[in-house]
Design a binder for this molecule. Structure first.
Ligand code: AMP
Ligand code: TRP
Length: 330
């Protein structure tokens, strides 16, 4: 039997898991679990690059694990672990740091965004964030990385760092490929920016039906449709974009024509979307509630995941260390 290819991905425990995470990445993680040898990581070290409350981090990590497990990440078919439990990632990050041109790091869009947002805390971790991300992936010698579109540039850098390391020290790493979903960039409730934990524009996957409705009610639609009687333009409306991902095709067609002809208003359209959202999220919320009642089970899953991830990263690091000239010669 040939070995399955490896998939690796990560998520930050910085806020609540939202629809962008689910449709842009997590659904792909779940789908890959049979065909690939999958490893998924809650990246708490990455979360340190902005100000955070150390007393809250553990519970945020657990919330994130519960959201992932409830969404279908299945510990019997993948490895789920917390980054800070596997110190090999930071060791490899150091080796890769010496392969990463500072000028390349300064060009990363996420760095430019975050350094503008956190001008009062411009730490070196923000700049070297994608090097640690490359180390996460390469420590497990992953072949594919399922992520949303915002991570494409970081993954190009990870490929470049793999190539540079291999050229400089000898072949250790495959160049990981990026895997996007059709929903690679979900826009937030503001109708403009990417849905993001750091912005108040998310639909959280574990929110109650009422909380979801409150968010949807105020979500921005076609800004030129001022009155109920005005015909709408679904092609510019973010709520319609969500329908295309969440509602079945015949109903999408009827929402589209109803909007164009002003037979339905934005609230009618949002009520239908609310139903579609609940169809997707009700079972996830119910599974999460069950997991919240058994926190020790979640902790055990993460503990076992960390042990597996440590074995995988240790094997890679033994090779990398030897190639870099550290430790006794093989
Ligand atoms: P983060 O919440 O930034 O840790 O992201 C975790 C995963 O979700 C990454 O693969 C991101 O690319 C993906 N993701 C985050 N926000 C969105 C979004 N608005 N649309 C699509 N994918 C997203
Ligand atoms: N930077 C990613 C994000 O913000 C999270 C991440 C860290 C990641 N390490 C990773 C994603 C490794 C994929 C692979 O979403």
């Amino acid at each position: 039997m040939t070995a399955r290819k490896k998939a690796f991905s990560g998520i930050q425990p910085t806020g609540k898991v939202h629809l962008g995470n689910l449709l842009g990445a997590i659904q792909n993680w779940v789908a890959l679990q049979d065909a690939y040898d999958c490893t998924f990581c809650i990246v708490d070290w990455h979360a340190m690059t902005v100000d955070y409350d150390a007393n809250e981090l553990r519970s945020k990590v657990r919330d994130c694990a519960i959201a992932l497990l409830a969404s279908g990440v299945d510990p019997s078919r993948c490895t789920l672990f917390v980054q800070s439990e596997v110190p090999e990632h930071t060791e490899l990050a150091w080796y890769l740091m010496t392969c990463a041109p500072v000028s390349r790091l300064e060009l990363q869009a996420q760095y430019k965004d975050k350094s503008a947002q956190h001008a009062d805390n411009l730490n070196a971790g923000l700049l070297t964030y994608p090097v640690l991300q490359a180390a996460d992936i390469l420590a497990h010698r992953a072949d594919v990385v399922p992520v949303g579109e915002d991570q494409k540039q970081h993954l190009e850098l990870a490929r470049e760092l793999a190539r540079k390391f291999n050229l400089r020290f000898g072949q250790v790493f495959p160049e990981p490929e990026t895997l996007l979903t059709p929903a690679k960039r979900i826009v937030g409730t503001d109708g403009k920016a990417k849905m993001s934990k750091s912005k108040d524009n998310t639909l959280d996957i574990l929110a109650t039906p009422d909380e979801l409705w409150q968010r949807l009610r105020s979500a921005v639609t076609d800004e030129q449709r001022l009155r109920r009687a005005d015909p709408g333009r679904p092609e510019v409306c973010n709520v319609f974009a969500w329908h295309q991902m969440l509602t079945d095709a015949p109903q999408v067609a009827s929402v589209e024509s109803g909007c164009r002809t002003a037979q339905i208003g934005c609230m009618d359209c949002k009520k239908i979307l609310h139903q579609s959202l609940l169809r997707l999220l009700d079972p996830i919320r119910e599974r999460a509630q069950a997991l919240y009642a058994e926190p020790e089970k979640v902790d055990a899953i993460l503990r076992e995941g960390a042990a597996k991830a440590r074995r995988s990263a240790k094997a890679t690091l033994a090779l990398a260390r030897e190639k870099c000239g550290f430790g006794p010669a093989a």
